[in-house]
Write a new protein. Sequence first.
Length: 227
Amino acid sequence: MKTFSNNLVVLITYVDKNRFNVDNANEVISFYESLNSNGDTLVQPSTLDALEKFSSLVTKDSLKINTFDYYFFKDTVRVNNPISSYIYVPKTQDKYVLNLYLNGERKFEKSKIFEDYKTETKINVYRENKKKILDLVCYQVKLVKAQQIGKIRKTKTYSIWLADSIGIPINYYDIINVSESYNIKGLVMEIEVRNENDSIEQHYVAKNYKIERFDSNLIDINSMKKL
């Protein structure tokens, strides 16, 4: 396995396990159709029509609606997700988001990364906890972030599985949203985020990854502003 270096780009695709998929779409439709079978329900025909249209979009061959592509190179990351695309520069804490305008213009514009909230972060590394994901041996890191917003205190717990054969600092992952690397590096293969009520808010699992030669046009901010 090659290590993360300046002349290589690492591409990893994550699947959002919380997103609507074809299986539960069909389950919901069957449920509503069973309610409507005797004509004694308040479910509107338009509701069933809308669900069927959505189900036709969500097929096992077109799960791109819930995939996130991360491209890592040097100290710069590009993320393509179902909603937008952006360039993230952890070293300088800059973020460039692709904005779309009514006149058809598309350009990357600088955006804020971190909110001005007081955050306490605690990290525990469990190298003895191991599991294999996509043939890579991973170890577990647990990160707890407590955020004070006025009188409200919010807590998020991140359970992260990393493969340290590819040394990407954890602050390069904007989903983890930390400004320091804490000297922890690895390819994040799975991440589960829980809130203070222990409910899962986000759950991403690596679908595939690859290492290839770098394409400079992928992350060149100046050349991408008018894409």
